[in-house]
Design a protein around this ligand. Structure first.
Ligand SMILES: Cc1cc2nc3c(=O)[nH]c(=O)nc-3n(C[C@H](O)[C@H](O)[C@H](O)COP(=O)(O)O)c2cc1C
Ligand code: SF4
Length: 434
């Protein structure tokens, strides 16, 4: 029974598989319940904060984070230490924002930390605040996570009552507090500058960059934006110190969460080191459902992998899987073009409309894919699709526009035969033209 969810009037989380072969980020989160502050402390929680505040300088922690090779888990994989070093060049007051907008299709890893082990994130934010010289932190959580919002508010109050948040934390001269802000259901508000605009009470439109948030962020002040999973790594790094560099492959140390959905036997969130391959990850999730044949993987909405890619590592190397680690698995009964249509619909719906190539291009690519599904597409449509896919990123100012055609580009390269078959009136999976 989940006493905290019951107290907050929340239904239980749906049952999904949450498994780990290293027990770091998911150490306390494998059971389907929220870990309260007593349990968190009794299992070693907040000892990293005590170590950080009482035995380490901000520079000690920063050097450790740089050496840890930690990369942002929000998608871009930017080195966290480098970002933090950058903000120190700019004057106080500085702000910390946790990006909990998690809106990409198939992505539900941050939700598991928020709803099951919220103090891991809170502890990570306090240590980060201390390191970057920020006294105020914000969590921007997607509007469709009402339970996560309530749980975070509850856990932040617990942390305040125990003296981990507020003035003079643990008797030191460091003060830090966290506010939670709810988004209103727009994917674009996960883009860090749109998020900042939204947090300031404005329409969630991305800003032109540079300047980047560590120079000019919330209310024009230097700001660090980090993902939930990135920040949750910080207590682990501080606890393990240099031993953290024994976890996983060189250059990509530490744990990674992989949300897996689609045609696998056991969909859920899996934790592993990043030397695991895509094939091994699918096996970890029980393999392809019903013993059917593998077809493809969508890495969220941002790319497509085929049979030849199954042995790539799930790391941030140029050939690695990278991104958020989101893995949506398709089997032989799925049509890749039908699946692309879902992604194209998503981008058309979520484009904020600020840049014409993104606003119009996402609409056009959706319409062409609809024609492929209906069986009315011509070779001219295929050429036009290629043209649009090439040009949307050129005229776009943010990551949504850069990535909107990426799954199409990958599919054109890796599954070109499927487009050809549809032009000839055949859907290999027997899904389209109905
Ligand atoms: C359209 C769009 C949506 C995004 N959504 C998220 C999100 O939900 N969560 C997130 O952490 N990062 C998201 N990002 C990436 C953020 O802009 C930013 O890079 C990230 O929060 C930085 O944190 P990290 O360095 O810890 O990864 C998104 C980017 C784009 C372009
Ligand atoms: S690229 Fe698309 S989502 Fe990004 S600012 Fe331009 S129109 Fe908006």
């Amino acid at each position: 029974m989940d006493r905290i969810r019951e107290r907050l009037g929340l239904p239980n989380l749906p049952e999904i598989y949450v498994e780990s072969n290293i027990n770091l980020l998911l150490r306390r989160a494998k059971e389907n319940r929220t870990v309260g502050i007593e349990e968190y402390i009794n299992t070693g929680g907040y000892s990293a904060l005590e170590k950080a505040l009482k035995r380490m300088t901000p520079e000690d922690i920063l050097v450790l984070v740089e050496e840890s090779t930690l990369r942002g888990r929000g998608g871009a994989g930017f080195p966290t230490g480098r970002k933090w070093r950058f903000i120190l060049m700019n004057p106080k007051p500085r702000y910390l924002i946790c990006n909990a907008d998690e809106s990409e299709p198939g992505t539900f890893k941050d939700r598991i930390i928020i709803e099951r082990d919220p103090h891991l994130l809170i502890e990570g934010m306090i240590i980060t605040g201390y390191t970057i010289g920020a006294e105020e932190g914000y969590i921007y959580i997607r509007g469709e996570y009402p339970a996560g919002y309530k749980i975070l508010e509850y856990a932040i109050n617990e942390a305040r009552e125990h003296g981990f948040l507020g003035k003079n934390i643990l008797g030191t001269d460091f003060s830090f507090d966290i506010k939670v802000y709810r988004g209103a259901g727009a994917y674009i508000c996960g883009e860090e500058t749109a998020l900042i605009e939204s947090l300031e009470g404005k329409r969630g439109h991305p800003r032109l960059k540079p300047p980047y948030p560590p120079q000019w962020g919330l209310y024009g002040r230097p700001t660090i934006v980090n993902n939930v999973e990135t920040l949750s790594n910080i207590p682990i790094i501080v606890t393990y110190g240099r031993y953290f560099m024994n976890i996983g492959p060189v250059g990509f140390f530490g744990p990674k969460l992989f949300p897996i959905s689609g045609k696998v036997e056991r969909p859920g969130v899996y934790e592993s080191t990043m030397d695991i391959t895509l094939r091994e990850l699918i096996e970890m999730a029980g393999g392809i459902k019903g013993g059917r044949k593998f077809k493809a993987v969508f890495s969220g909405a941002l790319g497509v992998y085929g049979e030849k890619d199954l042995d790539i590592p799930m790391d941030y190397s140029p050939k690695g899987f990278g991104g958020t680690g989101t893995t949506i698995v398709l089997d032989e009964t799925d049509c890749i073009i039908d699946s692309l249509l879902v992604i194209a619909n998503f981008f058309h719906h979520e484009s904020c409309g600020k840049c014409t190539p993104c606003r119009v291009g996402t609409y056009e690519q959706l319409n062409i894919l609809k024609k492929f599904k209906e069986g009315t597409a011509t070779r001219k449509d295929l050429d036009y699709l290629k043209h649009i896919a090439k040009n949307i990123p050129i005229g776009s100012i943010c990551g949504l526009g850069y990535s909107a055609p990426q799954a199409i580009v990958d599919t054109l390269e890796k599954f070109h035969k499927e487009f050809e078959a549809h032009l000839e009136g055949k859907c290999p999976a027997g899904v389209c033209f109905k």
